[in-house]
Design a protein around this ligand. Structure first.
Ligand SMILES: [Zn+2]
Length: 416
């Protein structure tokens, strides 16, 4: 039975208010609900565009978008990148491959049909796996006043060998599945299927640790499909947790970390800018649980607590945005380990030269519709959303993920 939807719950709520109990609900106003019932989405057609003169563009692979490609003249091709539906937070996620019958130099004009603005600096790859930033002399971003650029231009030298151009390194569902498989090589890692997406992709969690579930942690990433840098920070964080260090071994003996590295596999597979295949921003569905992804994870966590009698002490949700930001709960709110999150952020940040973390505590003390809020208000887990900058250097991302895990384990190991 869904706890939040039951009549018993509301009666209980009235009872708690009237008792002036010290429950987590005291003093809170009503939860602001955002509709999250499924909406229609536009899937992109996977195809190869024959642009004459022996030039081809293709989106026939998983992830990201290329909705249209038109030749304007001998040296200019215009492409269109469209969202899955609207309204949407504009983060156009593009990727395509190009080849020509004979070597050609030409320009690509990126357009978003007024549905967004250019966000991601283009990456280039010759094998579809390893990407680097395009040369800055080949990329033009016309900036008009204060407005974000609505179009962008990229110069390409194409040949018979395929060139991939992408908003971020392409990390599709297969990449994540392969990484999970590699973690399964450890005897303290177990895979748990908790459900299926609308399009039938498995929703999977990894349990990391040998502990008895009295103290648990939850880590998720990729609620928003293009947010690769958050995924990379999460990966570095987890790779420290599964490490061979004495701290990691002690940690795993006392704590189980539950990991859902890709909570929106349909969004990733279809190349969505932000939503799942129900056309919904999953990070607005942590009260309603109308979507299979949020529903499956919340039910898993609630069942885990019920069965084990244990509790979640820490939760983290990794995202990406323009710069590195830690969103944390209002520090008046005391969860299962008060002060844990600011301590971990500050200690790990100190180890990075000249870095002052951007920590933004929530001003309110009310429950909201995000994962971060769910983790705190339902589980009392100390929780944070780590937004990693789109352009943060990859080695810095790794350092941040690794140090966060090390400092977290240090503090938690002292408790047990
Ligand atoms: Zn996000």
């Amino acid at each position: 039975m869904k706890f939040l939807q039951s009549t018993t719950f509301y009666l209980l709520l009235i009872f708690l208010y009237s008792c002036k109990s010290t429950s987590q609900w005291e003093g809170q106003g009503p939860i602001q609900i955002i509709p999250t019932e499924s909406k229609e989405i536009n899937l992109q057609e996977r195809r190869t565009f024959d642009l004459e003169n022996g030039l081809y563009f293709s989106n026939q692979f998983e992830g990201a978008r290329l909705n249209d490609a038109i030749r304007i003249n001998d040296t200019l091709v215009s492409i269109t990148i469209l969202p899955e539906n609207e309204p949407i937070n504009p983060s156009p996620w593009y990727a395509f491959k190009i080849w020509t019958e004979s070597p050609q130099d030409f320009w690509i004009k990126f357009t978003y049909s007024d549905k967004g603005f250019h966000r991601y600096y283009p990456k280039i790859s010759k094998d579809g796996n390893s990407y680097s930033n395009v040369d800055s002399t080949d990329f033009v971003l016309p900036v008009v006043g204060e407005e974000r650029p609505k179009e962008a231009f990229l110069k390409v030298q194409s040949s018979q060998d395929t060139t991939w151009i992408a908003a971020q390194d392409l990390v599709g569902t297969q990449h994540v599945a392969d990484w999970k498989e590699s973690l399964m090589g450890f005897d303290f890692v177990e895979k748990i299927k908790i459900g299926e997406s609308n399009q039938g992709r498995p929703l999977e969690i990894l349990k990391i640790g040998n502990a008895d579930d009295q103290h648990m942690l939850m880590v998720i990433s990729m609620q928003h499909p293009p947010e690769l840098t958050g995924y990379l920070a999460m990966k570095a964080f987890v790779e420290e947790i599964v490490g061979d260090t004495p701290a990691a071994k002690k940690f795993r003996a006392n704590y189980n970390l539950y990991l859902m590295p890709q909570i929106n596999p349909d969004g990733v597979g279809n190349g969505h800018w932000r939503h799942n295949s129900g056309g919904i921003d999953l990070n607005r569905d942590w009260v309603n649980f109308n979507q299979p992804e949020t529903k499956a994870l919340s039910e898993f966590m609630e069942k885990k607590v019920e069965e084990s009698g244990g509790k979640f002490v820490f939760a983290a949700d990794f995202h990406s945005t323009w710069e590195d930001i830690f969103y944390i709960n209002n520090q008046e709110l005391k969860g299962n380990f008060p002060g844990l999150i600011p301590k971990v952020i500050k200690r790990s940040s100190k180890r990075i030269p000249d870095y002052i973390p951007n920590i933004r505590p929530n001003e309110g003390v009310q429950r909201s519709v995000t994962s971060n809020s769910y983790f705190y208000f339902v589980h009392k887990a100390e929780s944070m959303t780590f937004e990693v900058g789109d352009n943060t250097e990859r080695d810095v991302i790794k350092m941040k993920g690794k140090y966060l895990a090390e400092e977290l384990m240090k503090i938690l190991n002292k408790k047990n």
